[in-house]
Design a protein around this ligand. Structure first.
Ligand code: ADE
Length: 260
């Protein structure tokens, strides 16, 4: 997968992309990232990229020309769906994604979808946002990482790249890692323990030390269900639950009413 990121703050990406999983994904050739400085596509001697909004509101908006020039240079073909311009077949383009608080929410399902593309273009907003023509005629997708406002799309782009990188084939060292994550199964992950078996009187649940694989698997599933019920019950309405899961949930509900 190749990711192009268009930003006014290229230096922000240096640290996060040079460490850990994103670093490993690049080193093993599963991921390449190119950071493009929007300023170098700016207008005039001052390389202007923004301007005041029409209609007398405060703040500044990103103008369309530098963003369109950046994407058309990176992809080396027309991408802006202008009037009377060259035809643009969106289906042939990589996703051109704006990071904004108005986008569709990033979920693990969206991450999995994005990971199937060989190439992504991420555009980081700044100031009060984008000229609407960028949204309508340049971008093909718009993603938000949550219902809060960041000062720009850079951190959101890093979140997208991180989440996508770790589901690319072969990137996680251990085989089943990404499949068992919270959300991958539609449930939150249950509690996990490592050594020591007892710490200041607090013991690891006996079943995990038993070596009894079927009992351990049942315990894990039950605790994942319990955690999801307690913390994110709405996830249970969409999670694919088996009859055994429903029996475990009934057990959990019994246990919880008895412990109250
Ligand atoms: N830019 C500013 N806030 C954002 C958010 N919540 N998600 C994605 N991009 C953003």
């Amino acid at each position: 997968m190749h990711v192009d990121i268009i930003t006014l703050f290229p230096a922000m990406f240096q640290g996060p992309f040079a460490e850990s999983i994103i670093r490993r994904a690049q080193d093993m050739g599963a991921l390449s990232i190119a950071i493009h400085d929007l300023r170098s596509f700016g207008l005039g001697p001052h390389r202007q990229v923004d301007d005041v909004p029409y209609g007398g509101r405060g703040g500044m908006l990103l103008r369309p020309e530098p963003l369109v020039a950046a994407v058309e240079t990176i992809l080396d073909r027309p991408v802006f769906r202008g009037v009377g311009g060259p035809p643009v077949n969106v289906a042939e383009l990589p996703p051109i994604i704006l990071l904004t608080p108005q986008g569709r929410p990033l979920t693990q399902e969206v991450v999995r979808q994005l990971a199937r593309y060989p190439r992504l273009v991420l555009i980081c907003g700044r100031y009060e946002g984008f000229d609407e023509r960028v949204r309508r005629y340049l971008a093909t997708d718009e993603i938000s990482i949550g219902d809060y406002v960041l000062s720009g799309g850079e951190l959101a782009a890093m979140v997208v790249v991180d989440a996508v990188a770790r589901v690319l084939p072969g990137v996680l060292g251990y085989e089943r890692g990404a499949e068992e994550d919270s959300f991958a199964t539609g449930l939150l992950e249950g509690p996990q323990y490592t050594r020591p078996p007892e710490f200041r009187g607090r013991r690891v649940p006996e079943v995990l030390l038993s070596g009894h694989h079927a009992r351990i698997a049942r315990w894990r599933r039950k605790e994942a269900l319990r955690r999801t019920l307690q913390r994110r019950p709405e996830l249970l309405t969409h999670a694919p639950l088996t009859p055994e899961d429903r029996a475990l949930l009934a057990e959990i509900q019994q246990e919880e009413t008895h412990s109250e």
